[in-house]
Design a protein around this ligand. Sequence first.
Ligand code: AMP
Ligand code: GLY
Length: 433
Amino acid sequence: MRILVLGAGGREHAITWKLSLSNPSRLFCAPGNGGIAEAAECVPLKADDPVAVRQFALQNSIELVVIGPEGPLVAGVADALREERIPVFGPDCSAAAIEGSKAFAKAFMERWRIPTARHVVFTRGESSRAHRYIDEHGTPVVVKADGLAAGKGAFVTENALDAHAVIDDLFTRGLLGAASDRIIVEEFMRGDEASVFALTDGRNFVILPPAQDHKRVFDGDRGPNTGGMGAYAPTALIDGPLLGRIIEEIIEPAIRGLAAEGKRYLGCLYAGLMITAEGPKVIEFNARLGDPETQAVLPVIDVDFPGLLLACATGGLDGSRIIGPSRTAATVVIVSQGYPGRYETGKEIGGLAALRNRDDVVVFHSGTRRDGDRILTSGGRVLSVTGVAGRDDLQTAIASAYDAVGQVRFEGAYFRSDIAARGLRYTGSRNAQ
Ligand code: AMP
Ligand code: GLY
């Protein structure tokens, strides 16, 4: 099969790595990064340009396009490829609204009775109503931009002063531009978070091992939200019965609802969940695999990955099923000092060569570029270092990941030191019961 992957991050490196294990006849990635270049042929295409991607796919007889990030989905790249009957893993732009517009997603969940936080939507012209709402309903509340904000559009506010300030930032000071023409104010949910990925052909679906992300920048889940500082899979937070409930109450109604509303959903439906005392509730849906969860999930499954993605892309899944984990993995993201705020790039990365031949470690590149023989940093999130161990051996997976992280060097490298520690606690409490 001739495959094209779109994107340039750690998730896309993990996707190309997994695809490459099945030896596809050609594997391209656009635009790719310094690490992806080892697993695929990188092409200097703009991934969110529907015309350029379609032209490349036609000229190179591409048989499957796998879309990594949300940008190309919302830009209509899947639509443009499907017009040419090229199989695409990734929903059409109208279906990607489940991620691209939080207001759409919340209304969709209400229509299909999918459990989620109560919410109200305000447009930019209604800012005084939004402020009044805070005064009347109190805090904590979560204030969110309606549109895409690279994981940085949700603000959990503990007191009214902060809530008012966030509304001002979004509506008056233009913090997130057009993404906050509408905002959502929603109920704060208490609980632990998990990410569940359903790969679907619009009717049937395959559930991957649930993962847990670490969104805050500092240890102990402190500091601002980021795109993700680490992840592990599977998570003991979600046992068999809970996964069954998530499928029944969330995944099935969502896939059925999208189909019933005429939205063609071929790709990954990502449910970002809060496991509350009342049960699992949706924080958000995404129209793609998660980053960095993918860097932990793909190393733990044994599956014909190209075949699975092609089946989703062509409506060919043969029934629904859960893929169980064959291993355990923990991913630590190394970022540039200053991320998610301002940071410098162009720092030379050392120590990668020694990690190549380890079978307990896979290094995925998130923001790197090649400069001759050197690998330089080129983004906020730089590397996703995944430690892999046997089933139910999260401790060893964590130890391998941190051992490898300790060998990587670049100026201003920063990482959390408590990735997956929470996962050990779930296991511990279960064993203690
Ligand atoms: P989102 O951009 O919607 O994924 O939100 C980013 C993060 O904000 C989530 O991963 C949660 O940690 C937090 N968050 C969002 N919505 C809520 C909510 N309703 N209750 C509690 N925490 C939330
Ligand atoms: N890990 C969070 C996301 O991919 O949106």
